[in-house]
Design a protein around this ligand. Structure first.
Ligand SMILES: [Fe+2]
Ligand SMILES: [Fe+2]
Length: 154
C-alpha cells in the first residue's frame, strides 16, 4: 500500500463504528475474524486499485471493509449455513447501506463479490472485480495458512 493515510481517511468511520467492531466476534476462514478478514480485503483491494490506476479507491476500501457485513454467526449448522455462500452478499449490502449510507457503486461491489458463486450477480464495474478478486485471494490465503481453531463453530 502506497498511501496508508488515504486508506485510513476512507476507512476511519467504518473501523470505529460499534457495529463494524461486532465483526470481531465471528470468524471468516480458519481462525481469522471477519473484522480482520475485511480489513485485509480492503487493504489488498486498495493496493490493487493504486497499481491499476484510474479506479475509485474510496469505493474499493469501503466495499472491501463492508463486503461481509452480514452480522450473524454463519458457522452454526442449519439452513443459514447452507445458503450463506450465495445469500450473504445481498444481506451485507443491505446492512451496509442502512448503517453507512454507501453509494450505489459500493452497494454493487458488495452484492457481487461472491461471483461466480452468485451466478447472476456479476460485478458490473472494475471496482467490483477488484473487490471480488481481493476477497478470493485473501480467503485462499486464510484457508490454507490460518487453520488454528479458535472459535467454537469454526
Ligand atoms: Fe463474502
Ligand atoms: Fe470475504
Amino acid at each position: 500500500m502506497k498511501n496508508k493515510a488515504l486508506f485510513d481517511e476512507y476507512a476511519k468511520d467504518i473501523l470505529t463504528h460499534e457495529l463494524f467492531l461486532e465483526t470481531k466476534k465471528s470468524c471468516s476462514h480458519g481462525s481469522i475474524t471477519i473484522h480482520d478478514h475485511s480489513i485485509a480485503v480492503a487493504a489488498l483491494a486498495f493496493s490493487m486499485a493504486e497499481s491499476i490506476g484510474g479506479l475509485d479507491e474510496r469505493c474499493v476500501v469501503r466495499a472491501g471493509l463492508l463486503h461481509d457485513f452480514f452480522l450473524y454467526e454463519w458457522h452454526v449448522p442449519g439452513i443459514r449455513y447452507l445458503k450463506h455462500g450465495w445469500a450473504h452478499p445481498a444481506i451485507a449490502a443491505k446492512k451496509a447501506r442502512e448503517v453507512f449510507g454507501i453509494s450505489d457503486k459500493e452497494y454493487s461491489c458488495i452484492k457481487t463479490h461472491m461471483w461466480p458463486w452468485t451466478l447472476f450477480s456479476i460485478p458490473v464495474c472494475r471496482e467490483g472485480w477488484v473487490v471480488s478478486l481481493a476477497d478470493k485471494i485473501i480467503a485462499l490465503k486464510e484457508t490454507l495458512f490460518c487453520r488454528r481453531r479458535k472459535y467454537r463453530y469454526c
